[in-house]
Ligand binder design. Structure first.
Ligand code: CTP
Ligand code: MG
Length: 221
């Protein structure tokens, strides 16, 4: 079984508000992207990696992968306007004989072997996709633009979904070809009628959005 990972790193990082894309923000004393690159390289489940870089940052991305000794990175492609566009660009470089495709956000630097193992396992039971998540702990309220509470949303059965997400390559390609939009790849596969399973995620898979998140993740490394 060959497993390919698409590392999507092409976002602008607007909420971080730096002079560079989020993938090149400083995590400790190195670019954020170095961490997930090294971790995917070291992950025994992963056979190959396609790196999706921000427009104009392809060369630094390739150089970084080389510096980190990431021989599994077989291609580096330019990302698109939306995350889905970036995933699509990455998927085009995944070899046709790949059986499983993992999608990982570079913005979640602390990818672990354990989570990769957890999302891969159910694929052999016939699921089209498997995503890691955490049960929502906070009370959820729908709030209007004036700050007024409109309703309290029951949180039973609600999970916050993370990456790494795993897909049967065929199911992901089919869903991509159907051309829908969704906030994550699992959403695309669901819309195309695919069956998605949720497994336990990891709080350390925090997505870096703000400066404070960078410090939190740096301290967890
Ligand atoms: N991503 C991407 N291509 C895009 C948008 C996002 O590859 N056009 C990637 C980001 O690089 C990130 C992941 O998708 O690894 C999750 O996106 P997000 O956390 O929203 O990152 P950004 O879009 O870069 O941040 P912001 O929304 O603040 O601009
Ligand atoms: Mg974004």
């Amino acid at each position: 079984m060959s497993v390919w990972a698409i590392l999507v790193a092409a976002g602008r990082g607007e909420r971080l508000g730096l002079d560079r894309p989020k993938a090149f923000a400083k995590l400790g004393d190195e670019p954020l992207l170095a961490e997930p690159l090294r971790r995917l390289e070291a992950c025994a489940w992963v056979d190959g990696v396609v790196l999706v870089a921000p427009p104009g940052w392809e060369e630094p991305a390739i150089l970084l992968a080389e510096e980190e000794g990431c021989g599994k990175v077989h291609a580096c492609v330019t990302g698109g306007e939306t995350r889905s566009d970036s995933v699509r660009a990455g998927l085009e470089e995944v070899p046709a004989d790949a059986l499983v495709v993992l999608i990982h956000d570079a913005a979640r630097p602390l990818v672990s072997d354990e989570v990769v193992e957890r999302v891969l396992a159910p694929l052999s039971e016939g699921w089209d996709g498997v995503v890691p998540g955490l049960p929502v702990g906070d009370t959820l309220k729908r709030v209007g633009s004036d700050g007024g509470v409109q309703e309290t949303v029951p949180r039973d059965g609600l999970w916050a979904i993370q990456t790494t997400q795993a897909f049967a390559a065929e199911a992901l390609r089919r869903a991509q070809a159907s051309g829908g939009e969704a906030t994550d790849c699992a959403g695309l596969v669901e819309a195309a009628g695919g069956r998605i399973k949720v497994v336990e995620g990891d709080p350390h898979l925090l997505k870096v959005t703000s400066e404070a998140d960078l410090e939190t993740v740096a301290a967890w490394r």
